[in-house]
Design a protein around this ligand. Structure first.
Ligand code: UD1
Length: 423
């Protein structure tokens, strides 16, 4: 079992860091490669992450050729010819996000069978909106033996209002609607940059999607799609994680190629705290003096609100800013487990339902801690940078799902951090 070991307390991150293509963009983009009946789809700027390997396996399991050239960060998919309609349980069960293959398989084949996603530590994560939307397009849905089976000889354009702007449901329904008969209007949809990235790829494939990035998506169905080439958008959550790392360590870091617009909600909270965040030609620069920062209140919301995927890392920053900060998590109901681990490092916090009060500026000490989910793993490592003495972070399979060479990148910025195998 690997561990990340950090000698903390004196870290001041300095220098430049490069970020990867977005995990949360590339997973639905890979699902979209199922749709074209002819031509290859080439995705560039693909991050080398375990979730990407899992999604490649899911697509391959449908009898589709997938080639991942890791040296070029490029995935080439050829979905020409007959494809299977059952996504392999072995891989689907490893990653909840694989549910987004349901819409594309159904649209292309008229039938799709995907395992029901299992439990998740950060909340119950139902998929009712995915299923109701497909039903609105004329699909009949059956759940049996842990599988979801969807059938519709030809999906029909429909009007569907989502009572919560779910990212995954928006992606699933947008992809399904590309090949439906007639026009689909999806209201109250997610507006994340990853939604826009998916719409851009679909349009390059010949789809007619408009309104991505707004509350309403209009998709005019087409008869078939073809392969296309696409650059995956930069990972705003990885960029945000390094922005927070720089702020916590009184650092001065340039996050190269980070997209200002995508990180606006985070930037506005960092500035409210007193962090110096600037847009430069090469990316976003973050400079900070931790002794001058003020506590803040943050509430997570769907984009363009503050991202739930930055909540754990931001609480690590709150822990080192003197005074009372408040974090309200409205997207997932059980996403404060990292705070229990951080308590082992001396964090003073209270949790009442969706609200965590963080009593920041207390002395933090290195400890052995366990990652409880992907973003929690990053938060614990960042806390280790500022805690006195040695911190060991375990359960790194979570980290590997979403961060490429995280400890190497921090080491290049001056952190005393290494990864070791321990039995
Ligand atoms: C995606 C991201 C994840 C991020 C989340 C919210 C990917 C691969 N993952 O997850 O990193 O934390 O967006 O920004 O992109 N919900 C329902 N019914 C549904 C679907 C969702 O009630 O049918 C609820 C969920 O329980 C949750 C909320 O909606 O409380 C947000 O979920 P959703 O936006 O769907 O997140 P994901 O797409 O799973």
């Amino acid at each position: 079992m690997d561990k990340i070991i950090i000698e903390g307390g004196n870290t001041r991150l300095q220098g430049e860091v490069t970020i990867e293509g977005a995990k949360n963009a590339v997973l639905p983009l890979l699902a979209a490669t199922i749709l074209p009946v002819e031509g290859k789809t080439v995705l560039k700027n693909v991050p080398i992450l375990s979730d990407v390997f899992t999604m490649n396996h899911v697509v391959r399991g449908l009898n589709i050729a997938v080639d991942f050239d890791e040296a070029l960060n490029q995935v080439t998919v050829d979905a020409t010819g007959a494809i299977l309609d059952t996504a392999p349980y072995e891989y689907v069960s490893q990653m909840r996000a694989s549910i987004v293959v349901l819409g594309p398989i159904l649209a292309r084949n008229g039938h799709a069978k995907v395992s029901m996603p299992g439990g998740c530590t950060i909340g119950s994560r139902p998929i009712d909106l995915h299923l109701k939307g497909l039903e609105a397009m004329g699909a009949s849905i059956h759940q049996e033996g842990g599988d979801i089976s969807a059938t519709a000889e030809k999906l029909k354009g429909a009007h569907f209002y989502m009572d919560f702007p779910s990212v995954g449901a928006t992606q699933n329904l947008m992809m399904a609607a590309t090949l439906a008969e007639g026009t689909t209007v999806l209201e109250n949809v997610a507006r994340e940059p990853e939604i826009v990235d998916l719409a851009n790829l679909l349009n390059k494939m010949g789809a007619r999607v408009s309104g991505a990035g707004t509350e309403t998506l209009t998709i005019r169905g087409v008869a078939e799609l073809h392969g296309a080439e696409h650059n995956v958008v930069q990972d705003r959550i990885e960029a945000g994680t390094f922005m927070v790392a720089a702020a916590m360590t009184s650092g001065n870091v340039l996050i190269k190629d980070a997209v200002w617009e995508h990180n606006r909600p985070l930037i506005s909270k960092l500035r409210e705290m007193g962090v110096d965040v600037r847009e430069e030609e090469a990316g976003i620069r973050v400079k900070s003096d931790i002794s001058k920062l003020k506590p803040v209140t943050v509430k997570t919301l769907p984009h363009p609100g503050f991202p739930t995927d930055m909540q754990a890392q931001f609480t690590a920053l709150m822990a080192v800013v003197k005074g009372e900060s408040t974090m309200i998590e409205t997207v997932f109901e059980n996403r404060f487990q990292h705070l229990e681990e951080m308590r082992r490092m001396g964090l003073h916090s209270e949790i009442l339902r969706d609200t965590a009060m963080i009593h920041g500026g207390q002395r933090l000490q290195g400890a052995q801690v366990m990652s409880t989910d992907l973003r929690a793993s990053a938060a614990l490592i960042l806390t280790g940078l500022v805690a006195q003495g040695q911190t060991k972070v375990g359960q790194l399979s979570h980290l590997d799902r979403g961060y490429y060479q995280f400890h190497e990148k921090l080491a290049q910025l001056g952190a005393d951090i290494r990864r070791e195998s321990e039995d």
